[in-house]
Design a protein around this ligand. Structure first.
Ligand SMILES: Nc1ncnc2c1ncn2[C@@H]1O[C@H](COP(=O)(O)OP(=O)(O)O)[C@@H](O)[C@H]1O
Ligand SMILES: CC(=O)N[C@@H](CCC(=O)OP(=O)(O)O)C(=O)O
Length: 316
């Protein structure tokens, strides 16, 4: 009887052992996770996301959550009879819309995530980029067909102050950050795309990795004609691809590029519809989604394993 019990438990031990080199490698490291609006509308997935983030924290990593809420903002704008329009992939944000963006992100989405995480203990603390000058911005005017266009209170990040986040991490907390910035030039606030905010924070925090959860498997090579996912690419390869990308993938991949160019060793786009996608990515040898890597240094060995980020000694 006891021998049979041992036998059935063996696969569990193997799973834990597979995680060991990854646990060792990531111990104490900051991981910035962007939780996307579309990946966060399913209750079970949200609960699994919270479990994964708490698991990372208890396994010795230092997760920082940056969240979006595009679908929730869209729904609230519709309720209030306000139009929801995007230009250059960014929401046109009138002062009235800004009030709603702020209320939905900081008052609803962030509160809900903090609540889910804190079901596991007194861990998560919510804040927005306004707090303690975490994210400062000026007005962003995207260039559309050669002209700079005014899209309202949409911000371009000018500086990041990581002090408040670092204090929370040092206290063992999980910061949960809404993508709103304080203004550098007036007393108001700016709406920031959450992928852009997550990437800027990952670079400023010196994160080990940026993980962007979304509602597709990763970056498709020829979207929407094929579902072939690009499993990894270098920043130079990504830079060449950027002009061909459309809609929500643009800020995501620009964010990954910015983070890796800013010194973050890897940035990944993951399928947030897969339960526990974060754990699969961080603690298993296979990995999923799309990984962005720095360009190889001249003369350096090319990565030989399936996971170029594999821990020293190789994942078995
Ligand atoms: N090359 C591509 N690969 C994958 N998805 C793409 C690509 N180009 C555009 N997309 C679109 O980008 C969407 C993801 O962006 P978005 O909807 O803003 O996500 P989120 O709400 O998670 O921030 C996908 O659902 C897909 O419709
Ligand atoms: C300027 C801008 O477009 N801001 C975004 C902020 C939220 C966001 O990015 O949410 P997702 O990650 O769910 O798309 C917006 O208003 O929708």
């Amino acid at each position: 009887m006891s021998a049979a019990r041992k036998h059935t438990a063996l696969p569990k031990a193997q799973i834990l052992i597979e995680a060991l080199p990854w646990l060792t490698r990531h111990n104490g490291k900051i991981v910035v996770i962007k939780f996307g609006g579309n990946a966060m509308i399913d209750e079970d997935l949200k609960a699994a996301f919270a479990q994964d983030v708490v698991f990372l924290r208890q396994a010795g990593l230092r997760p920082v959550v940056v969240h979006g809420g595009g679908p929730q903002i869209k729904a609230q704008l519709a309720k209030e009879g306000l139009v929801s329009e995007f230009k250059a992939g960014l929401r046109v944000t009138t002062p009235e819309a800004m009030d709603i963006v702020r209320m939905v992100l900081a008052g609803q989405v962030q509160r809900e995530l903090v609540g889910l995480l804190n079901q596991h203990g007194p861990l998560a603390v919510g804040m927005t980029g306004e707090d303690a000058h975490t994210i400062t911005a000026t007005q962003h005017k995207p260039e559309i067909e050669g002209e700079l266009v005014d899209i309202g209170r949409v911000g371009e990040i000018t500086s990041i102050d990581t002090g408040a986040i670092e204090a929370l991490l040092a206290d063992g907390r999980i910061p949960v950050i809404s993508s709103i910035a304080r203004s550098a030039d007036d007393g108001h606030v700016y709406n920031i795309n959450a992928d852009t905010a997550a990437a800027a924070l990952a670079a400023a925090l010196g994160a080990e990795t940026l993980m962007v959860l979304t509602d597709v498997e990763g970056l498709y090579a020829d979207w929407p004609n094929s579902d072939e996912v690009i499993s990894r690419l270098t920043v130079s390869e990504l830079e060449k691809l950027l002009p061909e990308l459309s809609s929500g993938m643009v800020p995501k991949m620009e964010g990954c590029l910015h983070a890796v160019r800013g010194g973050v060793p890897t940035a990944r786009v993951l399928d947030g519809r897969v339960p526990h996608s974060i754990l699969l990515e961080i603690f298993t040898d296979q990995g999923i989604g799309t990984m962005v890597l720095p360009d190889p240094q001249p003369g350096a060995d090319q990565p030989g394993t399936d996971r170029p980020d594999a821990p020293q000694g190789g994942a078995q």
